[in-house]
Design a protein around this ligand. Structure first.
Ligand code: ADP
Ligand code: ZN
Ligand code: ZN
Length: 661
C-alpha cells in the first residue's frame, strides 16, 4: 500500500497520513484534495511513508491529486519548513499562507494563465544617467553577483534608491533569473508598479497583495512558480510565493512594521526574505532612509554590506529644513497652531502644496461629557470608541463595534457632549475653516476603505487638484510630489513617552519619512513639527538628518536595556473569556519555562497593551535570550509542553521576534 504524509492547515503539529489510490502517484510537493472530518481540504504531500501509526482500516485515501498546479519544488518546501520551525507554527499553516485562497479550495474552476498587462505609455522611459553615489551603491550591490550577498541600501529620502533597484533587476533578468521586489503596502505604490512595467516592457510583471481578486492572485502565484513572471512586485505575502529560479530579492522600506504579520503565522517578511536569499545563495538588498536598528547593526557589524546614498538624486533638491513649533507658547486650536496655519497660507499663496500629518498614535476623537466626564468606551474592549463625524457613529477600532452618536450623555443626560482629541476628520474641518479658499483632501483608513480610492486621492494631489492633504501614517510612505514643499506634523509627542522600546525608532522613522515628502523637486521643503517638547533629542535628530548618530545612540540604549538586536525576544500571548484565566495560564507557562533551565530569561505575565478585546481578556509573557541558538530549541520544547497542558478555554500563541511588547 502507498502511504503519503500530507501537511494540512489545521492547528496541530503533525502532518496526516493518507492512502494513495492504486492509479495515483503524487510527487513530494503535490497538492492533493483529502477528506478531513466532514470537510475536504487541500494539502501538500511532504513525504512518502512505508507505514503509518494509523491502523490500515482507518486510513483514508486521498481524493485526488490537483493536476493543474505543479508540485512545490524542494527549495520552496525547504523555505516553508524553515518558517514553520522558526516561527513555531505547523507546516500546513505556512503552506496555506503561501497558497492563495483560490488554490486552497477543494473544488474550483481551472485558472487561466496570467495575461501580459499592457505597459502604461507614460511610464515607458529611458533610464536616467546614474549619480556618482548611485554608481557606487550599485557596485556595492553587484559585488555579490554570485552567492548570498545581503546589502543594506541606506539612502536618504529622494536619493534614488528605486533606480538602483531597477538596475539590479535588469541584471537579474539578463541572467535569465526572476526578481522579487517587496514593498510594505502595494496600494501606496501605484507609481512604482508603473515604473517597473515601464522599465521592463518585455518582461511579465506579476503583482501580489491581499487586495487583488482571488483569480488574479492565483494566476500571479502560478506565474511565479512556472517562471512566466519575471518580476514579482508584492507585499509581505509575496515572500512565501514559489519561484522557478529566483535570482534577486529587494525589500524596499525594510524598516516598515507592515512587513510583520500580526496574526496567525506571525512572520517578518523582511527576515524571511533574508533567510530565503541565504538558502538560495542569491543577493538581497534591503533599502530604507531609516533602516531598522536590527538591519543597521547587521551592516555596522559587517554581516551586511552597507551602501549609502547620502544626497537627493534630483539636481538641486536639498533635504528639507525641519523646525519645531513650540505649542506651549502657540497653543493649537482644533489641533492647529497659528504658526502652522500661517505657513500653510503662505504656501497656498505661492501655489505650492502641503501635507498635514496626524499621528495615529496621538488621539482619535472621543466623545466626552463636560458635565459628568463620561466618555465613549467599547463594551467589549478596554478601549475608547472613536467618533466618526460624517457617519455620525461611534466606532471601536479594535473589534469593529459601531453605534449611533447619542443625543445626550448616557450617564447624566446632559446635552453637552463634545469631542476631545484630534482625528484626521476634525483636523480636516479645522483646516477648511482656517483656509477657506484652499482645496483640502483627507487620507486615512476611513476615507480610503474603498478599493482604488487612495490611489484616486493621491493622483489628484499629484495632478495639483489639491492644496493640502491631511492624513495618517499612510502618507509617510514613498510618494513623490514635486510641488509639495511643506509638511506639518501634529500630535507626535505621545510617542515620545511610550512604554514600547521601539516607539522612538518608529517615531523617528515616521517623521523622517514624512519629512522626506517635502522638497523633492526644485523648490526647497520645510517641515514644521508641533510639539510641547521642542528640545527633545528625537526632534533634533530628525532636524539634523543624521541617521547614523540617531542609530548609534539608540543602539547604545538597546544594548544597555538588553533589547533587540542585542537580545532575542518571544512573546507568549493568551486570551480567554473568563477573567483571570489568561494570567493563570501564563503563570503556569512561566513555571514550565523556568523549569526548562535554558539560557532564557522568563519575565512575569502582564496584561496585554489592549487588555480586553472583543470580549476576551488578554495577557502576555515575554521571554528573552542573548542567544538565538538557545532560544529556538527552548521555544520548541516550551510549545510542546504548553500544547500538552493547555485547556480549551484559553487561546494562546507564540510570537517570535514580536514587533510590539
Ligand atoms: P527614494 O526611493 O530613495 O526616496 P526615488 O527613487 O523616489 O528616491 O527617487 C527620487 C527622485 O529622484 C525621483 O523623482 C527619481 O526620478 C529621481 N532620480 C533618481 N535617480 C536619478 C538620477 N540618476 N538622475 C536624476 N533623477 C533621478
Ligand atoms: Zn454626563
Ligand atoms: Zn471593541
Amino acid at each position: 500500500m502507498k502511504i503519503v504524509r500530507v501537511a494540512l492547515d489545521v492547528p496541530l503539529e503533525e502532518s496526516f497520513d493518507f492512502r494513495v489510490p492504486e492509479e495515483a502517484d503524487p510527487a513530494i510537493g503535490s497538492l492533493v484534495v483529502v477528506p478531513f472530518g466532514r470537510q475536504r481540504k487541500v494539502g501538500v504531500v511532504v513525504a512518502r511513508a512505508a507505514r503509518s501509526a494509523v491502523p490500515v482500516e482507518r486510513l483514508k485515501a486521498i481524493e485526488r491529486v490537483v493536476d493543474d498546479v505543479p508540485p512545490l519544488a524542494e527549495r520552496d518546501l525547504d523555505l516553508f519548513g524553515f518558517c514553520a520551525a522558526y516561527y513555531q507554527r505547523p507546516l500546513g499553516e505556512v503552506i496555506a499562507a503561501s497558497l492563495p485562497p483560490r488554490l486552497r479550495q477543494a473544488s474550483r474552476r481551472p485558472i487561466p494563465p496570467l495575461a501580459a498587462a499592457p505597459v502604461p505609455v507614460d511610464a515607458a522611459s529611458a533610464p536616467p544617467a546614474l549619480t556618482a553615489a548611485q554608481e557606487r551603491a550599485l557596485e556595492a550591490c553587484r559585488a555579490g553577483r554570485e552567492g548570498f550577498h545581503p546589502v543594506l541600501l541606506h539612502g536618504v529620502t529622494g536619493s534614488g534608491k528605486t533606480e538602483v533597484y531597477l538596475r539590479l533587476i535588469a541584471d537579474t533578468l539578463e541572467r535569465g533569473r526572476q526578481a522579487l521586489f517587496l514593498v510594505p503596502e502595494i496600494g501606496l505604490t501605484p507609481q512604482l508598479e508603473g515604473q517597473v512595467r515601464g522599465r521592463f516592457p518585455g518582461a511579465q510583471v506579476a503583482s501580489a497583495h491581499s487586495h487583488m481578486g482571488a483569480g488574479e492572485r492565483a494566476q500571479a502565484w502560478l506565474a511565479a512558480q512556472s517562471g512566466a513572471a519575471r518580476i514579482v512586485l508584492g507585499t509581505r505575502l509575496a515572500v512565501l510565493m514559489p519561484f522557478h529560479d529566483l535570482g534577486l530579492v529587494i525589500a524596499d522600506e525594510e524598516h516598515d512594521p507592515s512587513y510583520k504579520q500580526q496574526e496567525g503565522l506571525r512572520y517578518s517578511a523582511r527576515d524571511v526574505a533574508v533567510r530565503r536569499a541565504q538558502r538560495l545563495g542569491i543577493p538581497i538588498v534591503l533599502g530604507s532612509a531609516t533602516p531598522s536598528l536590527e538591519s543597521y547593526a547587521n551592516a555596522r557589524d559587517g554581516r551586511y554590506t552597507l551602501a549609502e546614498l547620502p544626497e537627493r538624486a534630483v539636481p538641486g533638491a536639498a533635504m528639507p529644513a525641519v523646525r519645531t513649533i513650540d505649542t506651549r507658547a502657540d497653543r493649537p486650536r482644533e489641533g492647529l497652531s497659528d504658526a502652522l496655519v500661517r505657513a500653510l497660507a503662505q504656501r497656498r499663496a505661492l501655489g505650492e502644496q502641503a501635507l498635514v500629518f496626524v499621528n495615529r498614535r496621538g488621539f482619535s476623537p472621543v466623545l466626552f461629557c463636560r458635565a459628568c466626564a463620561w466618555h465613549s468606551t467599547c463594551g467589549r474592549c478596554a478601549a475608547n470608541l472613536v467618533l466618526h463625524m460624517k457617519a455620525h457613529e461611534l466606532r471601536c477600532h479594535h473589534c469593529g463595534h459601531r453605534e449611533r452618536v447619542p443625543a445626550a450623555c448616557p450617564s447624566c443626560g446632559a446635552a453637552e457632549l463634545a469631542p476631545v482629541g484630534q482625528g484626521t476628520q476634525r483636523v480636516e474641518e479645522a483646516l477648511r475653516a482656517a483656509l477657506p479658499d484652499a482645496r483640502i483632501a483627507r487620507v486615512d483608513r476611513d476615507s480610503t476603505a474603498r478599493k482604488g480610492s487612495l490611489a484616486g486621492v493621491l493622483d489628484g494631489f499629484r495632478a495639483g487638484e489639491v492644496d493640502v492633504l491631511v492624513g495618517t501614517q499612510m502618507l509617510a510612505k514613498g510618494h513623490d510630489y514635486p510641488r509639495l514643499t511643506l509638511v506639518g506634523v501634529l500630535d507626535s509627542d505621545s510617542a515620545l513617552f511610550s512604554a514600547d522600546f521601539r516607539a522612538a525608532e518608529r517615531l523617528h522613522a515616521q517623521l523622517v519619512q514624512v519629512s522626506g515628502r517635502a522638497g523633492r523637486g526644485e523648490r526647497p521643503g520645510e517641515v514644521l513639527i508641533q510639539t510641547d517638547f521642542p528640545a527633545h533629542p528625537l526632534y533634533a535628530a530628525v532636524a539634523s538628518h543624521d541617521y547614523a548618530r540617531f542609530a548609534a545612540e539608540a543602539l547604545a540604549e538597546r544594548r544597555v536595556a538588553g533589547f533587540p538586536p542585542f537580545a532575542h525576544l518571544a512573546l507568549l500571548r493568551a486570551e480567554a473569556k473568563k477573567a483571570g484565566e489568561p494570567q493563570a495560564f501564563l503563570r503556569e507557562a512561566a513555571r514550565i519555562a523556568r523549569g526548562l533551565k535554558a539560557r532564557v530569561e522568563v519575565f512575569d505575565p502582564v496584561a496585554a497593551p489592549l487588555e480586553r478585546k472583543a470580549g476576551y481578556e488578554r495577557a502576555q509573557l515575554l521571554v528573552r535570550s542573548a542567544s538565538r541558538a538557545a532560544l529556538q530549541p527552548f521555544l520548541r520544547e516550551w510549545r510542546a509542553r504548553l500544547a500538552a497542558r493547555a485547556g480549551r478555554s484559553v487561546r494562546w500563541s507564540l510570537d517570535v521576534d514580536p514587533q510590539e511588547v
